[in-house]
Ligand binder design. Structure first.
Ligand code: TRP
Length: 336
């Protein structure tokens, strides 16, 4: 067996940065696919609170966001008896691996990262902290620390996965086979989820929809989806409409055909379409919302889940980190 073949089941791993509640894009692009993989894979999912420190300066908000995300995952079906669910900062080993990987990561690689480039293009290069620049290295450490094979992520994270592979290959080239080279798993059918304003749904644009928000709020939010100004009586084109694009993600082919007919026939306004959208989403998330409301105040329960997850994650991480340390020449090298 090669050093990286440590167990027969393949491992899936993913993380989510805890800044505000997860939105529909997070749910469809990452959370739902990740949860589905828990049946077949040895799954490791975490709340990336170290990553959040690049911008979060309020410790209360930091802790609370971790609880919010944890409750969302559990409500949406993550089973902590199957998947290992943990808080990134509970596994300190990841910061050690980050340093080691930093030393084989070219500045040029990090210079090309979309997120860093975007921050720089906004004109305040001098104010960007090193954490923003080094973000992809911490993310590589997150993934490589568990010998992960596949990483379910939204399309926006694909570049980070490519960088992770580059860094792992570079290390393997310099020190011998050490890391599993992971692959991104991207949901093709939900590649780009439009936000309320029609741009990609993103926390940084503030155009997201929190699927677990109370029913009234969800409805109000969905009524804000931007549409064109075609009058109520006129026929409309479903294929260019944001409401329809979102509807597609939560409905059957039959429902879609039916709604498309109504668009084309005219006499059907965007308000009606939004109501239909609200109904399909609400139907879908109702059970999750009930469960969320049950658990999200129960900090003891959430901490139990996170503590147990961290213990299991550290067990998986320890031999990998030991393998890496030994390759670099750390420790006596005798207990091999
Ligand atoms: N960068 C990811 C995001 O912003 C979160 C993340 C951190 C992550 N570490 C990861 C995702 C490792 C996948 C694997 O959503």
């Amino acid at each position: 067996m090669s050093p990286t073949e440590t167990s027969s089941r393949k491992r899936a791993l993913s993380g989510i940065k805890p800044t505000g509640s997860p939105h529909l894009g997070n749910y469809l692009g990452m959370m739902r696919p990740a949860i589905n993989l828990q049946e077949e894979y040895e799954a490791y999912y975490f709340v990336a609170d170290y990553h959040a420190l690049t911008s979060e300066r309020d410790p209360k908000a930091m802790r609370q966001s971790v609880y919010d995300v944890t409750s969302s995952f559990l409500a949406m079906g993550l089973d902590p008896a199957k998947a290992v669910f943990f808080r990134q900062s509970d596994v300190h080993e990841v910061t050690e691996l980050t340093w080691i990987l930093s030393c084989v990561t070219a500045m040029g690689l990090l210079d090309r990262a979309h997120a860093y480039k975007a921050a720089k293009d906004q004109g305040n290069e001098g104010k960007i902290n090193h954490g923003v620049f080094a973000y992809p290295v911490l993310m590589a450490a997150d993934i490589l620390l568990y010998d992960s094979h596949i990483v379910p992520v939204g399309k926006d994270q694909v570049q980070h996965l490519e960088m992770t592979r580059d860094i792992a290959q570079r290390f393997n080239h310099l020190f011998g086979e050490t890391f599993v080279i992971p692959e991104a798993l991207v949901q093709e059918e939900v590649m780009t989820i439009p936000g309320l304003d029609g741009r990609k749904m993103s926390k940084s644009y503030g155009n997201g929809v929190d699927p677990l928000s109370p029913e009234k709020k969800l409805r109000k939010r969905l009524m804000q989806v931007v549409t064109d100004s075609t009058p109520m009586e006129d026929p409309k084109d479903p294929d260019t409409c944001n409401v329809f694009a979102l509807y597609r993600l939560f409905s059957s082919a039959e429902q879609q055909a039916e709604l498309a007919d109504k668009y084309r026939a005219g006499g059907f306004g965007y308000g009606h379409a939004k109501q239909a959208l609200f109904e399909v989403i609400n139907e879908h998330v109702k059970p999750y919302r009930d469960r969320y409301e049950e658990i999200h105040q129960d900090v003891d329960f959430l901490e139990d889940v996170l503590r147990d997850g961290a213990r299991r994650a550290r067990e998986r991480a320890a031999p990998v980190l030991e393998r890496v340390r030994s390759r670099c020449g750390y420790g006596s090298g005798r207990n091999k």
